[in-house]
Design a protein around this ligand. Structure first.
Ligand code: ATP
Ligand code: MG
Length: 557
């Protein structure tokens, strides 16, 4: 099995292999059924890789079906973003795009069939009463007083519902199953409700809309889906899935299989909550680089390959768990470690003057674009009398013994260039260091001499005369707690440092950059140009990830 296929080594694949071997099916047909009520998130990517991956692997089909049965929350913007994200992830649906609303006529007729068989009835209890009558896990439900009306009366009332003659909330259609079932979903679930709501595809044709549990199984069967894959919270609903298909005149009967949802620590995966982050302006939008949405991850700098690789690594099981975000970060870090050119950028600049260079001195230093990949080429970087280094790379006092960066009277190597020694500092009126004066040692360019052999520290730098000013957007976790979904109000546990914006400088060579390019800024991390804000006159870089996982160390201190 090659790498692309190995994320398909799971219990569902074993079932499919068995079904193909036994001749139950001759080909495999899956679907990805998002509700267009938000942007896709990384949890959806797991389901996309699984469903589309299966179709690819078995030369079968995978449909994209928009589950558009609740027009109140659905929006065309979401449909477009979902299509775009699936294609970007590297998958393509079979044939045309499907919509649950394609089947509204058939669904209506199947509902009438259930009524005719005495298996569904129009109820007038309010939604609160329905909830109360439903009972709990320890308390049986009780029958609605409207449960036993005649088939004719039910058919007439259902037709009235459809014609818009009953007001919203005054009636609904319910399956007549068993109010004493140990499975609450089987206690006469609602199949249709009234909603006077314009639908993005059917307009005002309908004022009654089917519920997920009723429509989903029928759409699966009508489309010839063989394996209907969903997340574990629908495990009990499988009984209803089978009940509906067993009680209507339909030949196909797909089987539903459940796998565990993806949860990632320090983030949330519910579209409803992600919606709140957007509507409360806690983030800049659905594609804010801190969001776990596909659009956010893309803008942050994640590649489609890194997300697919992550889905491969986490696998598909029935075990509920929370994956550490470090697992996702590792995938992009490993990819960019191979492919991203190295560049020097100084994020918190402080000026260094190299006193023994003549005023106006400049020298071109040749640097490799990647330490282990000569094929990625070399570039010329200007070293000048005045340079910037990161303020964290200099300490005047109070530095630990093992501090290997620049201190007064000690030496450090400028990356790919000379060894310098710090001699004195100049401060402003507030006492902040504004210039560090140094001297350089000739003959140490990119080589260790007898005098410089003890120099262990290497710091990065950028010429002050040949650089460009840039904004660096440094992202961190959005939430302080590993499981924000469990918090009473997740707005109370926001990490106020989830976005820090710094103004710094970067090598002039990035002027050749286009939006969407990736770099390793040496000693700082992996960055990409921000797709919205980046322009030649305004360089904006998003930090994708640091060079190593620093979060766990941070929480421990
Ligand atoms: P949300 O709570 O985010 O709205 P959902 O399940 O309601 O999730 P849908 O648009 O209905 O979202 O999901 C489309 C498909 O993606 C479903 O088959 C669903 O099971 C799957 N899916 C959604 N969230 C996850 C997740 N966190 N992990 C794996 N699969 C998921
Ligand atoms: Mg849903």
């Amino acid at each position: 099995m090659n790498k692309a296929q190995s994320y398909l080594n799971n219990f569902i694949i074993q079932i499919i292999n068995k079904d193909l071997a036994s001749g139950k099916y001759t080909s495999v047909h899956t679907r990805f059924p998002p509700e267009p009520n938000g942007y896709l998130h990384i949890g959806h990517a797991k389901s996309i890789c699984l469903n589309f991956g299966i179709a690819q692997n078995y030369q079968g089909q995978c449909y994209l079906r928009f589950d558009d049965t609740n027009p109140v929350k659905e929006h065309i913007e979401f449909i477009e973003s979902i299509k775009n994200d699936i294609l970007w992830l590297g998958f393509k649906w079979s044939g045309k795009i499907h919509y649950s609303s394609d089947y509204f006529d058939q669904l209506y007729n199947y509902a009438r069939e259930l009524i005719s068989k005495g298996l569904a009835y129009v109820d007038h209890l309010s939604s609160d009463q329905i909830r109360e009558y439903r009972g709990t896990l320890t308390q049986l439900g009780k029958n609605s007083p409207y449960r036993d009306r005649s088939v004719d009366e039910n058919l007439a009332l259902f037709a009235q519902m459809r014609r818009g003659e009953l007001i919203e909330g005054s009636a609904c259609l319910r399956a007549k199953i068993d109010m004493a079932s140990p499975f609450i979903v089987m206690r006469d679930p609602v199949l249709y409700r009234i909603k006077f709501q314009n639908h993005h595809r059917t307009g005002t044709k309908w004022c009654i809309y089917p519920m997920y549990d009723f429509s989903h199984c029928i759409c699966d069967a009508l489309e010839g889906i063989t394996h209907s894959l969903c997340t574990l919270e629908f495990q009990d609903n499988r009984r209803l899935y089978d009940w509906v298909l067993n009680n209507i005149s339909i030949d196909a009967h797909p089987h539903q299989y459940e796998f565990s949802r993806l949860n990632i620590e320090h983030t949330i995966m519910s579209k409803r909550k992600l919606h709140l982050l957007v509507s409360d302006n806690i983030v800049e939008g659905w594609d804010d680089p801190r969001m776990p949405t596909i659009a956010g991850l893309r803008r942050r700098g994640y590649t489609a390959a890194s997300i697919r690789e992550f889905c491969r690594r986490i696998g598909v099981t029935k075990q509920e768990n929370h994956v550490e975000s470090a697992a996702l970060e590792a995938c992009i870090r490993e990819e960019l470690n191979e492919s991203a050119p190295r560049i020097m950028a100084v994020i918190n600049p402080v000026k260094v003057i190299i006193d023994n260079f003549p005023v106006g001195y400049e020298e071109q230093i040749t640097m490799p674009n990647h330490p282990n990949k000569p094929e990625m080429g070399i570039r010329q970087v200007t070293l000048s009398r005045e340079i910037y280094i990161d303020s964290a790379d200099f300490r005047e006092t109070n530095y630990p013994k093992q501090y290997k960066r620049l201190v007064l009277g000690k030496e450090v190597r400028l990356r790919h260039a000379y060894v310098i020694k710090a001699e004195r500092v100049e401060k402003n009126q507030q006492g902040d260091i504004v210039i560090i004066y140094c001297r350089y040692h000739p003959h140490t360019l990119n080589q260790t001499t007898a005098d410089s052999s003890k120099v262990k520290g290497v710091i990065h730098w950028v010429s002050a005369t040949n650089c460009v000013v840039a904004s660096f957007r440094l992202y961190d976790k959005l939430f302080n707690l590993p499981n924000p979904a469990a918090a009473k109000d997740f707005r109370m546990i926001l990490n106020d440092k989830s976005l820090v914006i710094r103004q710094g400088v970067v090598e002039a060579s990035v002027l050749a950059a286009k939006a969407g390019e990736y770099y390793q800024f040496e000693r700082e991390g992996y960055f990409c140009t921000d797709s919205y804000q980046f322009s030649k006159s305004r360089l904006v870089f998003n930090r994708i990830v640091g060079l190593r996982d620093t979060w766990s160390a941070k929480v421990r201190t």
